[in-house]
Ligand binder design. Structure first.
Ligand code: ADP
Length: 444
């Protein structure tokens, strides 16, 4: 079923509300006019009766009955609007307008609507002093005024409704035009033109805010998309080098056909494959993190046992490179909630770096207390320009040297993410040529 457009629905609601209001207004006007005209005529009848009573009393007091009746007839028939009839206290008719078919009533009544010779009249019978007086006035003009008003309303209300709803539809279409434009542009924005932005109508209203909010969202999407593209390109670039190395080493050995060459090539290939495996593992970890993956933070583990395990691995590395590794004599017991394997990876990255970037004969010291783990080395250090960037992905302070020592610039960004996932943080102090100190601040 085709649903109605928002303009059509708005117009319909508006038209319905307007119709009800106009009908109520028309009925109200007609009612107010009718009651006020009838109130006027009622007042007129009341005044006329008082005046008639006064005339009748006066004439009867001043003249004999026949003469008085004559005078009363002349005075009352001269009144242009009202027809009257008067009965005395005994119920005898003193006067009646010629066109009235009137007999003196037994009792008085209030106001009534009557027809006299098919003309509408308003009548009042009441007692005024000793007399019962009847007064009637034509209401033809009231009826014709009311009927004229009703005709005017009947013709003008639909016309006004038509104009108002037509105008309302046009206005709502105009008001929705920017929405149409936003929809069209939003439709056209895709992967290839993420830099395109929606038009922002300078209206200062919800539409402007909507466009600005959507534009902000597109900007965030564009930057996220650029980061992903950059990540993919960097990852491909990093993978290309070891693969090329493996391939060249293998090809050279194959071409020579010498067993000695094979013996030389195979350890190189194994080493390069191991590095590539670590790189791929890091890439996978970061890709999962980007996809919104979180670390399990509910399982508890003892950090000191993870620490001892990592120190054991680091000891071998340090010995192979002729570096003195000082481990803490006392290790605090710290229970952490999270992923023990990820925490192991983090500590290994920091220790591996400290060993990797410390020349032969240097030293690496590990300290641990309840609130932090410190890894200090007497290595090459990091320059002040590089220091703010070392946690960025694929950032290597010294490209050539890092590559030689096996780094792809991913370790610290991974370590930072793992630390944050555990509510911890990493800080670094370093001076080029002097050494570095990486501190893992543990959560409270
Ligand atoms: P990589 O895999 O290249 O070591 P990281 O993300 O772990 O990547 O480190 C980024 C860069 O920070 C390294 O390339 C290196 O230049 C610098 N760096 C990290 N740790 C140390 C350290 N202990 N001493 C000197 N430089 C370091």
């Amino acid at each position: 079923m085709k649903s109605w457009s928002i303009q059509a629905r708005l117009t319909l609601w508006y038209g319905a509300a307007l119709s009800i209001s106009m009908v109520l207004l028309g009925a109200g006007i007609s009612w107010v006019l009718e009651t006020s005209l009838f109130r006027d005529i009622d007042q007129r009848l009341q005044d006329h009766i008082v005046e008639t009573g006064r005339i009748v009393s006066k004439e009867l007091a001043e003249h004999d009955r026949a003469e008085a009746l004559q005078e009363i007839r002349e005075s009352l028939s001269a009144s242009p609007g009202e027809r009257s009839a008067v009965c005395d206290e005994k119920g005898a008719l003193l006067y009646k307008a010629p066109e009235l078919d009137f007999t003196c009533p037994q009792s008085v009544f209030g106001y009534r609507n009557l027809q006299v010779r098919s003309e509408p009249f308003r009548a009042l019978v009441t007692r005024e002093g000793p007399y019962t007086i009847f007064a009637a006035a034509s209401t033809r003009h009231i009826h014709s005024a009311l009927s004229r008003l009703r005709w005017i309303l009947l013709l003008s209300v639909p016309l006004i409704l038509l104009i108002a709803t037509g105008g309302g539809y046009w206005l709502s279409k105009r008001a929705m035009a920017p929405v149409e434009e936003i929809t069209r542009t939003a439709h056209a924005i895709g992967m290839r033109n993420l830099s395109r932005r929606l038009p922002v109508p300078p209206t200062g209203d919800a539409l402007q805010r909507l466009s600005e909010t959507l534009n902000d969202m597109f900007a965030r999407l564009e930057s996220a998309f650029q980061k992903i593209s950059q990540f993919t390109a960097d990852a491909a670039h990093e993978l290309r080098t070891p693969l090329a190395l493996i391939r060249t080493t293998a090809e050279v050995a194959l071409r020579s056909g010498q067993p000695d060459e094979y013996k030389d090539a195979l350890p190189q290939i194994v080493e390069e494959t191991a590095r590539t495996a670590v790189l791929v593992e890091h890439l996978l970890f970061l890709a999962r993190a980007d996809a919104g993956g979180t670390l399990p933070v509910n399982s508890a583990f003892q950090l000191e046992s993870v620490m001892l395990d990592v120190v054991e691995s680091a000891r071998k590395l340090a010995a192979a490179r002729g570096i003195e590794l000082s481990t803490p004599t006392h290790i605090s017991q710290v229970e952490l909630h999270g992923d023990a394997a990820a925490m192991r990876r983090l500590l290994l990255i920091l220790l591996d770096n400290a060993i990797k970037y410390t020349p032969h004969g240097g030293s690496v010291t590990i300290a641990m207390n309840r609130s932090a783990i410190e890894i200090t080395d007497s290595g090459i250090g990091i320059s002040a320009e590089d220091l703010p960037h070392i946690f960025e992905r694929f950032y290597r302070a010294d490209k050539a040297r890092s590559r030689d020592s096996g780094g792809a610039g991913l370790g610290l960004s991974l370590a930072k993410w793992i630390a944050e996932a555990h509510g911890a943080s990493i800080s670094v102090e370093s001076r080029a040529g002097v050494g570095s100190k990486f501190v893992l601040h543990l959560p409270d």
